[in-house]
Design a protein around this ligand. Structure first.
Ligand code: F6P
Length: 491
């Protein structure tokens, strides 16, 4: 079983003389002003949830874009600050990009082009030349940050996600000795879908600057290799899962990302969580109710309208549950300046209203959707309260929210309803897998979850807990480091 300590031992043994650098767009800690005081926020991001425990185990430097209004106040002359502030374990180095650059690089090319391109959720990508130009400029800014941090040391740079597809090539052009790996946190679609990107060649060539490229599942590796095979001049070795281009090699491997299972499971058992559950029960009048829960970053890939349609259909098909079941949706607004997200939020608001109007009465509302920010404690209490928990993504690389639900249920109860279009569904096969587009099936799955005998719920939950316990985030990081070491040094 991999632990924080065994990961730390591996890094000390294999990467002893190397500086360990993680690079991502999103920073793990954001400093903001609140009533004149500087406060630290933790973003709602699967990437930072997964990588922060890894960095806490390995130490080193995390380079990310500083966006908080107090971010500049807390850093030193090299734009660095030690984090977490209560128990510093690694350095966070911020790179600075302007508001205009953020518009073109983050909202524009990353999230209005690459995000819809890679997620098959039927939202059309928008390719703007100016966004692409800004995206390249910002990748260069990150490269300068990395090169400055590394200097003449030996370094292993671990790049995250689709915001930084050109980074490894930019770094290696200046310092070919740096070892780079990149992890792609979202799906890689089939080549037919990807080829509409006007800059597919530049992106593929950029990614092939890496020594190792990781995806959540083998299917995404296959899609990537197939895209490379058809789109650019490179030799794809399907047996070894390697690409050779101009003499340099990139290994392509699946590494299913995860969470710190033990940490989440321990947190779930704290007294404050039980107190918060009691508070929620009385505030939301849940004592005699069966509870469904969902929480998501509000994104059109998460299938939230589909979920509410299924809840509505459930009350139509199974009216005996009216007044007895509530569905609580917690959400974090995201990327709200993009039109597709504005439209999504409007659709969600009107669906909640529609379902509640049609099925609710003066004493009972089927869907509770509090719009305000929920604390980590409240989210944990909601996971624990759930008779059933819904993850209905239309397409998702992994979905760590599903794994966090499993880790929270030390009582071995609660049913997970999970979309088969998530990476998580490959491991969590004891969930009730349901296609979110199939509203009637989805409604039936809610009924099955509510009627599942306790013994079956426990059997399924036990199996899923064993899977997440074993395939934890330390295993993910150790597998990547071990693969890299094997590949790079022939050990
Ligand atoms: O899962 C893809 C991803 O970009 C992650 O990298 C991140 O956790 C999440 O989406 C949130 O995105 P953002 O950083 O844009 O808020």
């Amino acid at each position: 079983m991999w632990t924080r300590q065994s990961l730390n031992d591996l890094v000390r043994e294999k990467l002893a003389n190397y500086l360990f650098v993680v690079v991502s767009n999103r920073e793990p800690y954001i400093h903001t002003f609140s009533d004149g005081e500087i406060v630290t926020q933790v973003p709602a991001s699967g990437l930072t949830t997964a990588l922060d425990p890894v960095m806490q185990a390995c130490g080193g430097t995390w380079i990310a874009s500083g966006r908080g209004d107090a971010d500049r106040e807390v850093v030193d002359k090299d734009s660095k600050v030690s984090v977490p502030s209560d128990k510093p374990r690694y350095s966070l180095k911020r790179v600075w990009i302007s508001r205009e650059q953020e518009d073109g690089y983050y909202y524009g090319f990353s999230n209005d082009a690459l995000w819809p391109l890679c997620h098959i959720a039927y939202t059309r990508p928008t390719f703007r030349e100016s966004d692409w130009e800004t995206y390249k400029t910002v990748n260069e800014i990150f490269a300068r940050g990395v090169l400055e941090e590394v200097g003449d040391k030996k370094a292993f740079v671990f790049i995250q996600d689709y915001h930084l597809t050109l980074l490894s090539s930019f770094i290696k052009a200046k310092n070919p000795g740096i070892i780079t790996a990149q992890f792609w946190h979202i799906p890689w679609p089939n080549r037919e879908a990807f080829r509409i990107c006007p800059w597919q060649e530049e992106i593929l060539n950029g990614l092939l600057g890496n020594d190792l490229l990781g995806f959540h599942i083998r299917y995404h590796c296959n899609n990537f290799l197939d895209t490379v095979d058809r789109a650019i001049e490179a030799k794809v070795d399907w047996e070894r899962y390697e690409v050779t281009q101009a003499g340099s090699k990139t290994a392509v491997r699946p590494f299913p990302i995860s969470i710190d299972f033990e940490e989440v499971s321990q947190e779930a058992q704290q007294d404050e969580v039980a107190a918060e559950m009691a508070r929620l029960k009385s505030q939301l009048n849940l004592d005699d109710k069966l509870v469904g829960v969902g929480f998501d970053r509000m994104d059109y890939t998460k299938g939230i309208p589909d979920r509410f349609r299924a809840v509505g259909r459930f009350f139509e098909k199974y009216p005996e549950y009216r007044g007895r079941v509530v569905f609580i949706q917690a959400g974090v607004l995201s990327r709200t300046q993009l039109a597709a997200y504005k439209k999504l939020n409007e659709e969600i608001n009107s669906l909640v209203e529609e379902v509640n109007k049609k099925h609710g009465d003066g004493h009972w509302q089927p869907i509770i959707y509090p719009r305000e920010h929920q604390s980590q404690l409240t989210l944990m209490a909601l996971r624990r309260l759930a008779n059933f928990f819904v993850v209905s993504a239309l397409h998702d690389g992994m979905n760590l929210v599903a794994k966090e639900f499993i880790a929270s249920r030390f009582d071995e109860d609660g049913v997970l309803i999970l979309s088969p279009f998530t990476g998580a569904s490959r491991e969590l096969t004891e969930a009730l897998l349901v296609n979110p587009y199939a509203t009637d099936h989805f409604a039936d799955a809610i009924q099955s979850a509510l009627e599942m005998p306790e013994e079956e719920r426990q059997r399924r939950m036990r199996k899923m807990r064993a899977v997440v316990r074993e395939n934890n985030i330390y295993k993910w990081a150790s597998d990547i480091i071990s693969e890299l070491v094997k590949f790079e040094f022939g050990v």
